[in-house]
Design a protein around this ligand. Structure first.
Ligand SMILES: Cc1cc2nc3c(=O)[nH]c(=O)nc-3n(C[C@H](O)[C@H](O)[C@H](O)COP(=O)(O)OP(=O)(O)OC[C@H]3O[C@@H](n4cnc5c(N)ncnc54)[C@H](O)[C@@H]3O)c2cc1C
Length: 223
């Protein structure tokens, strides 16, 4: 199993037993999320911006308008910190102190560069589209030259990263176990709603396949 190097930046210090540094765990969290939050510092001020991401091996991809502050900053090679979070449940304990949440999260560090080569740019756009709905790329109109020019693709080789995962029931104190209140986990599962057709549809077409498992889970140990 390949692991990211542990550095002062990515070493989980609080509850380190929940940490993972292997590619498999971290990429499962990254790939099953539709968005990440990109942390950047510009002119001494921190910003955290939500955006769509895709992954190509050990490289994270962002896309956006070539006029965007986020994309220009990312393309310029500044240090970035990207965070992905899945909320899996509310952990209701017998004591206030032991309430928690079950989650899977990943924090990744790297510096970006612009992808300009047309074939690589197109391949990245295909990756983004297929991540939303597999098979979509082949069905829809391909980007034209103007759209390609208006779009920046930034590749961020992942320098290092960490995952932190909480699973399992509340960790109550022995002396609280007979406190007269329900305790346990309320699972949270995101799901698609019923599709809403575009109001300007000119004909009826089959619905996209929503069969993709959107939240693959690893074999997390209960802690
Ligand atoms: C689910 C989701 C997916 C997105 N996907 C993409 C994507 O793939 N590519 C892309 O380029 N953009 C995406 N966006 C939009 C993205 O969040 C930014 O608005 C956009 O990238 C421009 O950022 P900027 O810093 O260049 O914008 P600017 O307009 O320069 O930002 C200036 C300020 O506006 C405010 N601001 C900017 N964005 C937001 C926001 N989303 N919410 C609240 N305040 C904001 C902040 O205070 C920010 O500092 C997505 C947003 C969401 C919520």
């Amino acid at each position: 199993m390949t692991h990211f190097p542990q550095t002062p930046a990515n070493s989980v210090k609080r509850v380190p037993k929940r940490a993972a540094y292997d590619h498999e765990t971290i990429y499962a969290i990254v790939d099953s999320a539709y968005i990440c939050h990109v942390g950047l510092v510009q002119d001494g001020r921190p910003f955290v911006i939500p955006t769509i991401h895709a992954r190509d091996g050990d490289t994270l991809l962002l896309h956006g308008a070539s006029t965007s502050r986020l994309m220009r900053h990312a393309a310029a090679g500044h240090e970035l910190c990207l965070t992905v979070t899945h909320l899996d449940g509310l952990v209701l304990a017998r004591s206030v102190f032991n309430h928690s949440m079950n989650y899977r999260s990943a924090v990744l560090f790297g510096r970006g560069h612009l992808i300009e080569e047309p074939a690589a740019k197109m391949a990245a756009l295909e990756r983004f589209t297929e991540k939303l709905i597999p098979g979509r790329w082949a069905e829809v109109r391909q980007p034209n030259e103007t759209e390609m020019k208006a779009t920046y693709i930034v590749a961020i080789p992942i320098e290092t990263a960490s995952a932190k995962v909480r699973v399992g029931p509340p960790n109550d104190e022995e002396e609280d176990l007979d406190w007269p209140v329900w305790a346990g986990v309320l699972p949270i599962t995101p799901q698609f709603g019923a599709p809403i057709s575009a109001p300007d549809a000119t004909a009826e077409y089959p619905l996209p396949s929503l069969s993709r498992p959107i939240r693959p889970r690893g074999n997390w140990r209960v802690r």
